[in-house]
Design a binder for this molecule. Structure first.
Ligand code: CS2
Ligand code: MG
Length: 402
């Protein structure tokens, strides 16, 4: 019988930091898992190296479900982003191995295709409305059928979601950047640029917006109502995601669809949101929510309640995560949309292969497993660099949700 012979953890910063797990079996089959937790990368690297790798060696790589239960229940300490990201990396690597052993792309192991391609949205942004409009135009010209729109609030200066170079990268400084936040200014301004986008480009594409956990339930209800004429595909993370009950109030006041979950890690974190149908899209991901095995479980619960998927896909999700996401997206019946920001050139020098983009849709790779390779030699050219996500402060100096 095949055994896990080796498990190695790589930390490198090709364009940005990624933590990657590579499992090798006694038959020489190699599987990859993403273990990147933006701004807290080394905690997951240590969890894997110091606590999970010693448990993996000698185990049967074919028993994916059993491994998940063993690592989850065996930790005693439940959930949380560090634990769930580490378990995700092992789980994803084992699915990659199973695909290679079977000679099939992972989506075939998940039941095969439910659709021909995976609808994605990308990120348009600007320092003001004019710049945002030009950016939306650029994405539509590239063939995207869904675009997220964010513009910096003029009087306040900075905000989340605004691209500086070619790719949006919020974790950009050696210590956390402190950014100002003013809720009233945002509430006054954001609906105006979303309206401007619809006015200029019409309704023939999906328009999305990320609130990034900044509002109270009542403010979010007010915002949702204000943007109803824009017919958003969704408003994302209207309030801090950990209070599931908060979404009841938002839900009662607006028909703007709601998405949340990128910072949540388990089925229990989204249980109320899904079973009470408080959201329309669940944004949990392969990498932060326990791997393909656990995300599939979340998606199946969501399907029972008419909630669709809309997984996080920012640049801090490595090409391994994106590949796994697209295999799931193409297979599950209740797929909604997939975020896709793309990756820096340096990232793609290290991670080779993966899904392909055509006409605003992603298509999974057809090679056995996930279809991504890790070039260890290339990664050595990009040593680890510590980078933190920013912190938001209100105008009175107190800390706000970033
Ligand atoms: C954002 C992310 O993509 C999104 O919806 O919320 O850019 C998020 O800020 C980063 O992934 C944080 O690591
Ligand atoms: Mg978001």
């Amino acid at each position: 019988m095949s055994r896990i012979e080796r498990a190695e953890v790589f930390v490198a910063s090709p364009g940005r930091t990624f933590v990657t797990l590579r499992i090798t079996t006694s038959d020489g089959v190699v599987g990859l898992g993403d273990a990147t937790l933006n701004g807290r990368e080394l905690a997951v690297a240590s969890y894997l190296r110091d606590h999970l790798v010693p448990l993996l060696v000698g185990k049967d790589p074919a028993r994916i479900e059993d491994m998940w239960q063993y690592l989850y229940k065996g930790a005693y300490w439940r959930r949380g982003p560090v634990t769930m990201t580490a378990i995700a990396a092992v789980d994803t690597a084992l699915w990659d191995i199973k695909g290679k052993v079977a000679g099939l792309p992972v989506y075939q192991l998940l039941g095969g295709r439910s659709r021909d391609g995976v609808l994605v949205y990308s990120h348009a942004s600007g320092r003001d409305t004019a710049e945002l409009l030009d950016d939306v135009e650029r994405f539509l010209a590239l063939g995207y059928r869904a675009v997220r729109a964010q513009a910096a609030v003029p009087e306040v200066g900075g905000t989340y979601g605004i691209r500086k170079g070619t790719l949006y990268e919020p974790a950009a400084t050696a210590l956390p950047d402190e950014q100002p936040w003013d809720t009233e200014a945002y509430l006054n301004f954001a609906p105006t640029y979303l309206e401007a986008v619809r006015e200029r480009f019409g309704f023939g594409f999906h328009l999305l917006h990320d609130v990034h956990h900044r509002l109270t339930p009542l403010e979010a209800a007010r915002f949702g109502k204000a943007v109803e004429p824009c017919r958003l595909f969704w408003m994302e993370d209207p309030t801090p995601a950990e209070n599931q009950e908060a979404f009841r109030l938002i839900r009662q006041h607006t028909t703007t669809p709601i998405a949340t979950g990128e910072v949540l890690n388990s089925i229990w974190d989204v249980q109320t949101l899904i079973t009470e149908q408080l959201i329309d899209y669940v944004r949990t991901t392969v990498v932060h929510a326990g791997g393909v095995t656990h995300l599939r479980r979340i998606f199946d619960l969501a399907a029972l309640y008419g909630v669709r998927t809309g997984s996080h896909g920012a640049t801090d999700l490595s090409p391994v995560s994106m590949a796994a996401a697209v295999h799931l997206d193409v297979a599950v019946p209740n797929f909604g949309i997939q975020e896709y920001m793309g990756h820096a050139e340096e990232t793609l020098e290290v991670f080779r292969g993966g899904p392909t983009l055509a006409d605003g849709m992603l298509h999974p790779s057809e090679v056995p497993g996930l279809g991504v390779e890790y070039d260890e030699k290339a990664a050595e050219r990009f040593p680890y660099q510590a980078r933190y996500l920013p912190v938001a402060r209100r105008l009175d100096g107190s800390v706000h949700d970033w």
